[in-house]
Design a protein around this ligand. Structure first.
Ligand code: GDP
Ligand code: IMO
Ligand code: MG
Length: 425
């Protein structure tokens, strides 16, 4: 059975966790392929709420193998705590597997992330401060520490020593912050080795074997398309590729293994951190979305910026990842608006109307949205499971998205809970 990729089609926090959890019920393997604990994926089972940062959103189903792939970056302390925290809540962690090739976020990456943001001042990216960027930098510079290094205390200590030689110059001379002691860092990292090492294995082999055995495999993205380091709103992006192509390199499987690409989008738009956001609504409408959608970050608790649905950006996400189906989340949040604005094009500073996302960053920064106003609905729709029970205007809103993107909407979210969803597949 071919694999299914699930990715965010906006700026993250689209509800990927909920959608992965829904599909994981019928899956044998769920694998994360990029990002780290900058992600926060919320699952509300009905009775309980789980906020996952590194562990795949399939973990709540006993027997589902959950893989943290080579393309991710792992903070060993955070993962250790997450494993213990879930286990304490009765979740079976024996099915977790970690790629030995995944890079480890070191304490100096976290310090460098903070120092760099501080130095950038008003030009800062608004990162989550979790050391994601500096860790991926070291990976590309071939100075990274990998999960497999946890098996060898001597090698790990030496690598940290070499890495810190340069980092300490950067920390003290460039950023004017405290240096770090390599021995102390190595000892701290090694306190997690005993807990994490039993999970480390060849996860590429595991996934390919599962696919050969016709098992059902879900590939879970973090962040979203517009945060992609190549295709997003650079430099206001994360340091990995949250788009579908990265599922192959981030897990060690070929593109021929993937058949379905499910893009998750909110019925409106949110963004955390800095950077362009053409449909941002700094008015009563945006405030209403923040309140009704409870738009506060899962990882940092920051208030998310809110705005109208951006169909130009959504069509772009479809193009970049070859999305074959959409999951439309949080439709329930839009109840009570007389009209809903949807962005159908951008107007540049020069007055040109664009129906595709501009390839030039400066142009994008100057774009304002061209809106169509469509009818809203007043009825609350929380928990609706049948499309026929949605008000006419809500159904038309869903159809409008399918027509504009030429991609079918397979799922519609009508609440936080697992069962608060309309299945159209
Ligand atoms: P992720 O990072 O893409 O997994 O998304 P987050 O978990 O960071 O943010 C999405 C939030 O919306 C979470 O609190 C979810 O519980 C919630 N959510 C997901 N789908 C729906 C939905 O259809 N309706 C409502 N009201 N909330 C939803
Ligand atoms: P999930 O998986 C929303 C944003 C940060 C910042 C930028 C770079 O929950 O959708 P980083 O720490 O990655 O270097 O920060 O990316 N960002 C996210 N925004 N959801 C996320 O993950 C995010 N992960 C990173 O706010 O703007
Ligand atoms: Mg999130």
């Amino acid at each position: 059975m071919p694999a299914t990729v699930i990715i965010g089609a906006q700026w993250g926090d689209e509800g990927k966790g909920k959608v992965v959890d829904l599909l994981a019920d019928r899956s044998d393997v769920v694998a994360r392929f990029q990002g780290g604990n900058n992600a926060g994926h919320t699952i509300v089972t009905g009775e309980e709420t789980f906020k996952l940062h590194l562990i795949p959103s399939g973990i709540l189903y006993p027997g589902t193998t959950c893989v943290i792939g080579n393309g991710t970056v792992i903070d060993p302390g955070v993962l250790h705590d997450e494993i213990d925290g879930l286990e304490a809540r009765g979740i079976d962690m024996s099915t977790l597997r970690i790629s030995g090739n995944a890079h480890l976020i070191m304490p100096y990456h976290v310090r460098l992330d903070g120092a760099s943001e501080m130095r950038l001042g008003r030009f800062s990216i608004g990162t989550t401060g979790r050391g994601i960027g500096p860790c991926y930098q070291d990976k590309a510079a071939r100075k990274g520490i990998r999960a497999q290094d946890l098996f060898d205390e001597k090698i790990l200590t030496k690598k940290i020593e070499i890495a810190l030689e340069m980092k300490n110059v950067l920390l003290t001379e460039v950023y004017g912050v405290e240096p770090m002691d390599s021995q102390v860092v190595a000892e701290e990292v090694l306190t997690h080795a005993e807990r994490l090492c039993p999970f480390i294995t060849d996860t590429s082999l595991l996934i390919n074997d599962a696919l050969d055995a016709r098992k059902s495999v879900l590939l879970e993205g973090a962040q979203g398309t517009l945060l992609d380091i190549d295709h997003g709103t650079y430099p206001f992006v994360t340091s990995s590729n949250p788009t579908a192509g990265a599922a192959c390199t981030g897990l060690g499987l070929g593109p021929t293994r993937i058949e379905r690409v499910l893009g998750v989008t909110k019925a409106y738009t949110t963004r955390v951190g800095e950077g362009p956001f053409p449909t941002e609504a700094n008015d009563e409408a945006g405030k209403r979305m923040t309140e009704r959608g409870n738009e506060f970050g899962t990882t940092t608790g920051r208030q998310r910026r809110c705005g109208w649905l951006d169909l130009v950006a959504l069509r772009y996400a479809v193009r970049i990842s070859g999305i074959t189906e959409l999951a439309l989340t949080k439709l329930d949040v839009l109840s009570g608006f007389d009209t809903l604005s949807v962005c159908v094009a951008y107007r540049t500073r020069e007055g040109e109307v664009l129906t595709e996302l501009p390839a030039n960053q400066t142009v994008y920064h100057g774009c304002t949205p061209v809106y169509d106003d469509v009818p809203g609905w007043s009825e609350e729709i929380v928990g609706v499971q049948d499309i026929e029970q949605l008000p006419r205007a809500a159904r038309d809103y869903v159809s409008m998205i399918t027509e504009t993107t030429a991609v079918p909407v397979a799922l519609v979210g009508t609440g936080q809970g697992r069962r608060e969803v309309i299945d159209l597949a």
